[in-house]
Design a protein around this ligand. Structure first.
Ligand SMILES: C[S@@+](CC[C@H](N)C(=O)[O-])C[C@H]1O[C@@H](n2cnc3c(N)ncnc32)[C@H](O)[C@@H]1O
Length: 287
């Protein structure tokens, strides 16, 4: 039987242009765009962001390539067979996500000592924990675990469910996780089951504004534009006096996101690489 063929257009762009280039790819008919840089599982070049856009046919890929800025060095790559889909697995090895929490994939157990072990299979969902935006939130969950001990944590944009699971092993009583991508819900549920945490995690596609409010900690690792758009419903889910952690924010986007949550007090803005997280506290009603 003949093997399936996959067509990609690959470009190397200035990191500041990566977002616009991604949008352009979708306008040109891409069915998906993978970004590679120094922070991603599959590394890109040092000073550039490599975008790998998939197309349904060779002709669509060639048409798109011809529309692109030649300075981006657009080129076609063709892959035969679908073993490449799992190539990222080679890069996912056991690692310490934050002090005391080691994450490992199902295909490689961890031989060392760890206070908490989480087995994680992200599948097609975002959330191995290797990305800075995830580890910034995990570290905040670790640092501020006393503020939600025994209470309820909400994870908005849960992907693999990794942050809700970290909150649970660090002492949350229960967690709620939501994502607007229906495909990741089963992944997050399976990850909860792998770790025996399913009884304490509810995960579904409920829009954040429809969730009953009053969480002891809310975390959201989504992109800056979404965090700004969802500022009102996300803010309303945090109990007065409790913490909100926002991630997925580039250093250059910090002030814009901060302004959207102007009612909150700043606790800290830890950074890793080009990424920054905002740790904010909802003031008590009387000030
Ligand atoms: C960067 S991933 C984060 C995954 C995981 N929480 C982590 O920290 O590794 C962002 C996730 O947010 C989801 N997302 C994007 N917009 C959303 C929205 N408006 N409501 C809920 N989830 C959203 C995406 O589907 C994706 O799974």
């Amino acid at each position: 039987m003949s093997q399936p063929r996959f067509y990609f257009v690959v470009v190397d762009v200035d990191p500041l242009l990566a977002e616009d280039a991604g949008v352009l790819f979708f306008e040109l008919g891409a069915t998906g765009v993978e970004e590679r840089d120094q922070t991603t599982l599959v590394k890109g070049l040092v000073d550039k962001t490599t975008l790998v856009a998939s197309f349904s046919s060779q002709q669509e890929a060639e048409t798109a390539r011809d529309e692109l800025d030649p300075a981006w060095l657009p080129r076609i790559e063709e892959l035969v067979g679908d073993a490449w889909r799992d190539a990222w697995k080679e890069h996912f090895r056991p690692f310490e996500l934050c002090p005391g929490v080691v994450v490992h994939p199902p295909w490689e157990k961890y031989a060392g000592q760890a206070e908490h072990l989480l087995e994680l299979e992200p599948g097609r969902a975002f959330g191995t924990g290797l990305h800075e935006t995830t580890s910034l939130v995990a570290t905040a969950l670790q640092t501020h675990r006393a503020t939600y001990a025994g209470g309820q944590v909400l994870d908005v944009g849960c992907g693999s469910g990794i942050l809700a699971l970290v909150a649970l092993v660090l002492g949350a009583g229960n967690a709620r996780a939501v994502d607007n991508d229906a495909d990741v819900i089963g992944v997050a549920q399976e990850n909860a089951e792998r770790n025996g945490l399913q009884a304490r995690l509810d995960v579904d596609t409920t829009p954040v504004g429809d969730i009953a409010p009053e969480f002891d900690m809310v975390v959201a690792n989504i992109e800056a534009d979404v965090l700004v758009t969802l500022a009102a419903p996300i803010s309303a889910r945090v109990k007065p006096g409790k913490l909100l952690v926002l991630s997925g924010v580039l250093g250059t986007q910090h002030d814009r996101v901060r302004a959207a949550y102007a009612d909150f007090e700043s606790v800290a803005s830890p950074a890793r690489g080009e990424w920054v997280a905002l740790i904010l506290r909802r003031p008590h009603a009387n000030g």
